[in-house]
Ligand binder design. Structure first.
Ligand SMILES: C[S@@+](CC[C@H](N)C(=O)[O-])C[C@H]1O[C@@H](n2cnc3c(N)ncnc32)[C@H](O)[C@@H]1O
Length: 223
């Protein structure tokens, strides 16, 4: 078996995961993340889901090729449909928009299918502010955040644990990330400079982002 190499954005996010019972890979596409966690003993079993038949089949083929057919189940469904997420499990939802992630989590919460204590690895491509506000409203505690760099693009990954206790967030934390602000992880400086350029454009249409822009400018001056 040839070992699976993940793109740095996924490698970086999965590196924060402690071993779990079931790893649930939502939007598995090629199945690389699913195979990677089994190859590295980060889960006993994997459930991979994809809303489209072709990627679901691709995932199934890859897991078979890697010798993991007996340890995995591949479903062609929307998000977490028909899956119960236990406290000993972790869910990866990466490479989709923040609103799609919110839709998947909302459906699962509405179906009462997430146990308190379950872990979530989330990597939205956009709409961080909306996703972090949703996490706060619905009681997903953000425990870790990492920045990855891939071909001059920055990716932020969030590790959140569902405890059902809603909390307040402010616009600076929602846009930039509470752990990114407090812990300043690897690539922090480059990420802030990248955000600065984007925020300068975004404030033109969203004046409520002015405090975030001012915050980023101050941080950069102090580095
Ligand atoms: C860009 S790929 C990302 C694949 C992988 N998660 C990654 O980060 O590299 C997005 C995948 O998510 C699937 N997808 C999109 N919305 C979904 C949903 N609601 N439920 C399950 N899969 C979904 C797409 O079919 C596609 O295969």
């Amino acid at each position: 078996m040839k070992k699976t190499i993940l793109p740095s954005r996924l490698d970086n996010l999965i590196s924060v995961l402690n071993p779990v019972d079931i790893f649930i890979d939502v939007g598995s596409d090629h199945g690389y993340a699913s195979s990677y966690v089994l190859e590295n003993q980060l889960a006993k079993r994997v459930i991979a889901t994809d809303i489209h038949a072709l990627p679901a089949q691709r995932t199934s083929n890859y897991l078979k090729q890697q010798g993991f057919s007996d340890y995995s189940q591949v479903l062609c469904v929307d998000g977490l449909s028909s899956i119960r997420v236990r406290k000993s499990d972790a869910v990866l939802i990466a490479g989709m928009g923040g609103y799609e992630i919110i839709h998947i989590l909302t459906d699962a919460l509405d179906g009462n299918s997430i146990e308190l204590g379950a872990t979530f690895l989330l990597q939205p491509q956009r709409s961080f502010r909306e996703l972090r506000s949703f996490l706060a409203d619905r009681g997903f505690e953000i425990r870790d955040e990492r920045i990855a760099r891939d071909k001059d693009k920055y990716y932020v990954g969030i590790l959140a644990v569902y405890n059902g206790r809603a909390y307040q967030t402010d616009i600076i934390s929602a846009v930039l990330g509470p752990v990114i602000i407090s812990e300043r992880p690897c690539y922090f400086e480059l990420f802030m400079k990248d955000r600065l350029e984007t925020l300068k454009k975004e404030v033109l249409g969203q004046p409520e982002l002015c405090p975030v822009l001012e915050y980023v400018e101050k941080v950069i001056q102090s580095l």
